[in-house]
Write a protein that binds this ligand. Sequence first.
Ligand code: PHE
Length: 346
Amino acid sequence: MFENLEKIKQQFNEELNRVESKDELERVRVAFLGKKGLVTDALKGLRDLSAEDKKTFGMQVNVLKNEIEEAIVEYQKKIEEQEYLKEINNAPRYDFSIPSDKPLGSLHPITIVQKQIEDIFKTMGFIIEDGLEVQTEYNNFEAVNIPKNHPARDMTDTYYLENGQLLKTHTSAAQNAIMRKYGAPKPGEYLKALFPGRCFRNESIDASHENTFFQMEGMMIGEDISISNLIYFMKVLLTEVFQRDVKVRLRPGFFPFVEPGFELDINCLICGGSGCPTCKHSGWLELLPCGMIHPNVLRMGGIDPDKYTGFAFGLGLTRLAMMKYNIKDIRVFNSGNLKQLRQFTI
Ligand code: PHE
């Protein structure tokens, strides 16, 4: 009986020494400790022993079991280490100091302008949010006060998916979700969010219209937000982006989700105001529609319009990039023409 345990131990050590992989180790574990394993088997002999022997034998089987378990854990570590070293040794080796013979990548001009504006607004405490490109009709229209059959839906006709969802026509589609995510600000605090995104409209494409373009929306909500705050932030934005004084004009503009609503136009920087195809020969470019958030929109976002006010703006990021880099044709942006797109750097 007792010598048998010795034999099991010896046999275990021999087999363990031959193990080279985790699978083999598992096979050895089952052979000794499994339900039909040798150690389990040895316990079956207990029945025929005297009470005294039962106790000592039982104890010794347990000791053996623990020894085997420990040895297996140890061996497992050893194998893992060996496998890890093998992986490292077989991995391809790179020398990062060798200069590349491939052309370097570069940021898309829209990305450059987007990051620049994000940086400006981050320093003013705005959070950057990411709206979905596929939206529900509710988020894109109803939640921003454009009910079914409202004429504004025609102006922003877009691409509908078979499941009834659509490709968002403006970044305003994220307003409701952001209000719901953060809720009304605490007294003395503000909900300040900036949310850039790709937008889609069913447009005939020409030098200044694309069916796929970028906007950058901003929104600030608090207990005492007024039009002065809106104008201040718009001015900071444009001065920082263009790094010079830009002529602007503010006209009343209609958007169902703001009241009052404005169109902030900038003097066309491509022709200097004399008129060109980009500004449709008017000398001005619509760049920054904005306004005070409509009470219905706040209410639908779960924010009490009797207590809170806010402003929102929807910057045409693609147009801004055209102005900043003097790109005359909007079609360049989605062309994938690297020769043209690579010229722009920060
Ligand atoms: N969502 C509007 C558009 O795409 C722009 C806008 C945003 C206007 C916020 C006012 C306030 O035309």
